[in-house]
Design a protein. Structure first.
Length: 192
């Protein structure tokens, strides 16, 4: 690019200014991004592309947490299943007769081997599911939508909880009194 066609750079961040509607907001965002980049250890502007924000997890942390929770659940379930199946086969005489290696390890050692198998299955599940673009993009969209939700503050939740508890107590007392009243009336009428 020749010197006369080069855009002037922002004096603070070194990023070129953005022209067009909303340019003040975009220039402020670039300034903030450059400042944040320096805060995380990116010293030169060459390390970041112009206008690119430094990598932050944002709503992606929920996506990653969900994938790791899925992997942990799959690992735990597969470890339990593997260990239970091995113990069941070790108690079955036909299986022991044809495969005597089933008894080579004690029950505790089988649990340890089952845990290793569970970790392997969990990691394999994590990589398999995470590499599917459709699943990952869907989960990122869900996390993005969850960040748009306006969650109530602590005071609102506390007030709502108190209202529900008080209303439940009032309804319980009301129904109990009606039950006693109608029970009394029924005993008077039918004389039991």
């Amino acid at each position: 690019m020749s010197e006369n066609t080069k855009q002037p750079e922002n004096q603070v961040s070194g990023a070129p200014p953005v022209d067009g509607p909303g340019k003040d907001v975009d220039n402020a965002a670039l300034l903030t991004d450059a400042t944040a980049a320096r805060a995380i250890g990116v010293e030169s502007d060459e390390e970041l592309e112009v206008g690119q924000a430094p990598a932050q997890l944002g709503s992606g942390r929920y996506v990653h947490a969900a994938f790791f929770a899925l992997a942990a659940l799959c690992g735990y379930l597969s470890a339990r299943l593997f260990t239970s199946l091995w113990n069941w086969l070790a108690e079955w005489p036909f299986a022991v007769q044809h495969l005597p290696q089933l008894l080579r390890l004690s029950e505790d050692e089988r649990g340890d081997v089952g845990s290793v198998v569970g970790v392997a299955v969990g990691l394999a599940t994590l990589f398999y599911v995470y590499r599917k673009p459709a699943i990952r993009s869907w989960s990122e969209e869900v996390a993005g939508e969850l960040t748009k939700v306006t969650w109530p503050d602590r005071e609102t939740v506390t007030n709502g909880t108190v209202i529900v508890i008080v209303a439940s107590l009032v309804a319980t007392v009301y129904v109990t009194l009606l039950d006693r009243l109608w029970g009394f009336a029924t005993r008077l009428i039918y004389g039991s």
